[in-house]
Design a protein around this ligand. Sequence first.
Ligand SMILES: *Cc1c(COP(=O)(O)O)cnc(C)c1O
Length: 376
Amino acid sequence: MDAVPFNRPFLTGKELEYITEAVYSGKLSGNGKFGKLCQSWFEMRFGIEKALLTSSCTDALEMTALLTDIEPGDEVIVPSYTFVSTANAFVLRGAKIVFADSEAQTPNIDVSKIEGLISPRTKAVVPMHYGGVACDMDPILELAKKHEICVIEDAAQAIGATYKGRALGSIGNLGTFSFHETKNIISGEGGLLAVNDDDMIKRAEIIWEKGTNRAAFWRGEVDKYNWVDVGSSYLASELTAAFLWAQLQFFDRIQEKRLAVWNFYREGLRPLEEAGKIRLSYIPEYASNNAHLFYILCADLTERTALIKHLKKKEINAVFHYISLHASPFYKDKHDGRELKNSDRYSDTLLRLPLYYDISDDMLCIVIDEIKKFYR
Ligand SMILES: *Cc1c(COP(=O)(O)O)cnc(C)c1O
């Protein structure tokens, strides 16, 4: 039997055609034909006010830190169970990160804990939709309104998923997406900033274009372009956009296929859950499923380590996920010492199974059988 990789980037077959077109068009830098096509696709499909293609989700997150004027000493509330960029983007501006725990039912931020973490210095809260499963956004929006703080959705994993029917990434003041090769829709590296707050659109374009008003200049709104604000080079090139455009054409098919794989796992592993051996992911009623990842929860760290080893012996690559950021070498001394039990529990017990577009039913059966064998 062949090894089962954890991930395999899916190619639609159109990527090179569009890249070739971009190469011969004579326009290779950002915000060209393909960039604009991708951006309008996001705007129309997900009801985003303004979409800006970036070189990564990390870039898009850094833009949100600039847009919300984070200054040294400001506080930003971030779940501890997340990717490092969710926090790093704000640390770069000198922010103090106030880590929140996960819910018991999902790795998402525990909304009931947020208000207790808000101080006069709090500028933003950054819900991250783990595995594309929505955080409970309504109470977060209410708190944000009450305390006048910004809501920034880290929707890196959440393309196509919804909260009460609304697209993730379109709900907060700002949202960010990733097209890293491990995500549902890819461009190697790549990301997108969703600006849902009209008041921030102009400034977002300026920050995106190195602090200049070049975007307005191209539209003929100003007669020369100038350095007008802080900014950096956050645009994705047309080569990246061309690749991404090929992927977006296949969006529905990719999502459908991933969901079929996800359901296959769920059906196959449900007996183990019913027997109380493992827990499967919980999807609240308000959330849809974009099948970004499939995970199981083991009883404890020892069991998970043994299961990974068992699968590895069969050349099945299953991997754990985040080490809680509050306990990371970089942040543990800066963290305020609060215990974040659920976050730590997910760090110890969550195991992600191989999930990619063209994983075969045979391979899925083998993975499921080996997990069952382990628990027998
Ligand atoms: C993948 C990911 C990122 C970073 O995306 P890049 O495009 O690689 O910068 C940020 N946050 C979360 C939650 C992610 O999963």
